[in-house]
Design a protein around this ligand. Structure first.
Ligand SMILES: [Zn+2]
Length: 159
């Protein structure tokens, strides 16, 4: 048997050093929290996405009493991006969350959303950076969704 390790590397960024795009992504994600519909969990999540053409789209989680039907913020934002700009690659995602007590840090994408994001990377053959606030002052950045989902499912391997 041979053991193989898959490295996990991320940057921990001081929010005060955000460039203009990062500042805009953070602002748009925070604003999108207001569009969350989460009366059941009171856990609001929002996601902003920077597209290759410079546009930013955002989305927030949308709940339904039948929980499996709920849509994650990332799913809403990705679907919005793909619907409005079907041929434009995505460059970065910024994810924020909040509960009744205030901001929630390290709200990393669920497994389903990781698969969704990786698929957009495969679709446009580019890497999508993901930003996850860790505190009021620091944010994790990974350069590619594949970092969060190594050995992701690809339909190509079934052909
Ligand atoms: Zn999700």
């Amino acid at each position: 048997m041979k053991k193989v390790s898959i490295p996990f590397t991320y940057e921990l960024i001081e929010n005060s050093t955000f460039n203009d795009e990062e500042k805009l992504l953070a602002t748009e994600a925070s604003a999108a929290l207001q569009k969350s519909y989460a009366p059941y969990s009171n856990f609001k999540v929002a996601c902003s996405i920077l597209l290759e053409n410079g546009e930013i789209v955002s989305g927030a989680n949308q709940e339904v009493a039948a929980y499996p039907v709920c849509i994650c913020a990332e799913g809403v934002a990705l679907s919005t991006a793909s619907s409005q700009y079907p041929n434009v690659a995505l460059k970065a995602l910024f994810i924020v969350a909040q509960n009744v007590k205030g901001l929630v840090f390290n709200a990393a994408p669920c497994g389903v959303c990781r698969q969704r994001i990786v698929e957009y990377e495969q679709r446009f053959n580019n890497e999508i950076a993901i930003y996850l606030p860790q505190s009021e002052t620091q944010t994790i950045k990974v350069d590619t969704a594949k970092t969060l989902l190594p050995l992701s499912f690809t339909g190509d391997k079934l052909k």
